[in-house]
Design a protein around this ligand. Structure first.
Ligand code: ATP
Length: 269
């Protein structure tokens, strides 16, 4: 059962330049993960962190940051969603957690990314935890985290939208003891940087002015919102292309190019 719940570690394809804005979080996360890689002597002195927690609203780039830091530090990446590890069979959830760490050690240097960490490690002693399953899961997770201190090559990144729901013992020194907030882009400049990073993957007509696009967007935008905007623009471009192919004005082989009107259509949507 558990081998299905947990995928194999992979080398992620996300690069630093795929992420727009978030400069200070990028620097902090890179420093934290890279330092022990560059200075193994810190590990023997016990000056090593084994985990950090990214928290903030959905769609702000937490997963993207975790993947990019793995690429940057040449580490494999094992992504696990908290709820996927919880299993109704007695002892299976703890076994799943042990399995995650064993897979990471076997594929080291490795970053384990625990998404929706709050669902895996909620405050202990909550009502509704029938049979104490969650208590045992948290204990197992803590034991694994504490066991990482002797090795430099497995790093754990947790992500949550609700840090207030987390079991506080997870945040003690030596565990997820560095917390980084990843927030919504509230200023036009950072929104523009995110839009530029996303749209760099598409071919664009010179008539497109990303600055104007951002000016017409609502004031608060996540990276996921801007990604949705680009997807809508791409759909619009695709519809136009199909029309032009039918009219004999274009061939299927020609590149899909996003034009000013496509962004206008997407913004209206
Ligand atoms: P959740 O809490 O829902 O898991 P998240 O914070 O992990 O969300 P991501 O999955 O990293 O969010 O981001 C969702 C998508 O939004 C990404 O796949 C990417 O396309 C886009 N995105 C988010 N932030 C950025 C950014 N700063 N630069 C470029 N793209 C971004």
């Amino acid at each position: 059962v558990h081998s299905k719940a947990i995928g194999a570690p992979k080398i992620p394809a996300v690069k630093w330049h795929d992420i727009g804005g978030l400069h200070s979080v990028k620097k902090d996360i890179l420093d934290t993960v890279q330092l022990p890689v560059d200075h193994p002597e810190l590990v023997s002195l016990g000056l090593r962190r084994s985990g950090l927690l990214l928290y903030g609203p959905p769609g702000t780039g937490k997963t993207l940051l975790a993947k990019a830091v793995a690429t940057e530090c040449a580490m494999t990446f094992l992504s696990v969603k908290g709820p996927e590890l919880i299993n109704m069979y007695v002892g299976q959830s703890e076994e799943n957690i042990r399995d995650v760490f064993a897979k990471a050690r076997a594929a080291s240097p490795c970053i384990i990314f625990f998404d929706e960490l709050d669902s895996l490690a909620p405050n202990r002693g909550r009502s509704g935890d029938s049979g104490g399953v969650m208590d045992r899961v948290v204990s197992q997770l803590l034991a694994e985290l504490d066991g990482l201190h002797s090795s430099a090559d497995v790093f754990v990144i947790g992500a949550t939208n609700r840090p207030d729901l987390l079991d506080q013992s997870l945040l003690r020194p030596g565990r997820f003891d560095k917390l980084l907030y990843v927030g919504i882009n509230e200023d036009k400049e950072s929104q523009l940087q995110v839009l530029k990073a996303i749209s760099s993957r598409f071919k664009m007509d010179p008539s497109v002015c990303l600055h104007d696009v951002i000016e017409r967007c609502p004031p608060q935008l996540t990276g996921a919102d801007l990604y949705a905007l680009c997807s809508d623009a791409m759909m619009s471009a695709l519809k136009q292309k199909i029309k032009r192919i039918e009219e004999g004005l274009e061939t299927e082989e020609s590149d899909l190019v996003l034009r000013r009107e496509d962004f206008q259509n997407a913004l209206e949507k």
